[in-house]
Design a protein around this ligand. Structure first.
Ligand code: SOE
Length: 388
């Protein structure tokens, strides 16, 4: 079956570049027949020797170090920005102006104003544009939304989310781009609160006001050496520089529908590698999702008989259309992982492009996300509640 082919040009070759490449390769094989076949045409990065190796390792046809050329090539249909946050805006706007459809990693931008410029550009260009909030594509999260929308937990009172990591607790860990305000915009706030904030929009709705607190526990770190290799910092350990983003960011929120929200993002939760946990409490029941047990959803219902009430664990892998995406992978009980969420994301992107249907999360969702993130930081500065 010869489905339409769409050439992809991607900026970035690190973690997100790697997992997006896997998604492009896997999607047409598992979502068969695919809405379109993504061709891994050209991968782009600053360091030629590294991006050349990434081309060979990840299965791209070509490589370049010139994103300005890449986004304007006539033979590129989709531009995927998997680069650091400070190079989301300019290449995405240039690609949209050149008529490319877009997949941009989260957070959409460094701040709301930049996000708004990006949303305006894609709207004016009339191209499809998705933000890479991949956890929306976890089957258990999609089941949580169904349970909430169908009234199984009643009126939502609480959204309680923690996204905990611990990868930078060693004071010797060098000053990588995620720890610099001019390249990341913020620390775990824009990196991790962005995710649990996007899921709150999907599961509960919009927020009306926020109040936040941030802390930087380690104030300065070794500078990464000229080679850019993390190990080079040890060699140049004499050079230290200030950390310009937070190590932890916590905020409270009031949702427009009256629910209360608590959000916690940190890279200093020793023992938590990528602990993204959400609990939602309603008038008739509760839901708990934990990324470390990604194929399961915990569900409590007051409508169970009194002698049998308790949090049940649903294995979200039933086929036959019972749970989303599962028919594309394995039989019930054979679980999927983190990387499958990106294959789902790429399937939805290419389906929306091929069928000319709406995309979610779209750039307006990205603007909302950056706006709330900015308002939390404003509340930290002003030490008060800030309306959205
Ligand atoms: C690092 O914190 C990171 O790679 C995030 O940037 C991703 O969005 C998250 O899914 C995993 O952790």
């Amino acid at each position: 079956m010869n489905s339409k082919k769409m050439n992809v040009g991607m900026l970035g070759y690190a973690f997100m570049g790697k997992v997006h490449s896997n998604g492009y390769r896997q999607m047409p094989r598992f979502f068969f027949p695919p809405p379109a076949v993504p061709v891994l045409k050209c991968i782009c990065g600053r360091k030629e020797e590294k991006v050349k190796m990434a081309m060979e390792m990840l299965g791209w046809e070509e490589y370049t170090t010139d994103w300005q050329d890449l986004v304007r090539r006539d033979d590129i249909d989709i531009f995927d920005n998997s680069g650091p946050n400070n190079i989301h805006k300019e290449p995405v706007i240039a690609a949209a102006e050149a008529g490319k459809h877009i997949l941009c990693e989260k957070p959409l931008a460094m701040n709301e104003d930049d996000a708004r410029d990006m949303a305006t550009a894609v709207k004016k260009a009339g191209v499809k544009a998705m933000v890479g909030f991949n956890y929306r594509r976890v089957p258990a999260i999609m089941l949580a939304r169904k349970l909430i929308e169908d009234g199984y937990i009643g009126k939502v009172y609480h959204y309680r989310a923690t996204y905990l990591q611990d990868w930078i607790m060693d004071p010797e860990f060098p000053l990588v781009w995620r720890l610099k305000k001019d390249s990341a915009g913020s620390g775990p706030h824009g990196d991790l609160n962005a995710h649990i904030l996007d899921l709150s929009l999907m599961l509960v709705g919009e927020i009306s006001k926020v109040c936040g607190m941030t802390e930087t526990f380690i104030k300065e770190r070794p500078v990464v050496g000229a080679s850019g290799d993390l190990g080079s910092a040890k060699a140049d350990g004499s050079k230290m520089a200030p950390v310009t983003v937070e190590d932890a960011a916590i905020f409270m929120a009031k949702f427009k529908n009256g629910a209360l929200g608590t959000f916690e993002a940190t890279r200093f939760a020793k023992g938590r590698r990528n602990f993204n946990r959400i609990e939602i409490n309603g008038s008739k029941g509760s839901i708990v999702f934990n990324l470390e047990r990604m194929n399961e959803l915990q569900f409590y219902s007051e409508e169970d008989p009194k002698f049998a009430q308790g949090f049940r664990t649903i294995n979200v892998t039933e086929g036959g259309g019972v749970h989303p995406y599962t028919d594309k992978w394995w039989p019930a009980g054979h679980i999927i992982g983190y990387e499958h969420t990106f294959t789902h994301e790429i399937y939805e992107l290419m389906r929306a492009i091929s069928e000319d249907t709406d995309i979610s999360p779209n750039f307006e969702d990205g603007v909302y996300n950056n706006r709330v993130l900015d308002k939390v930081l404003e509340s930290v500065e002003k030490k008060t509640w800030i309306s959205i």
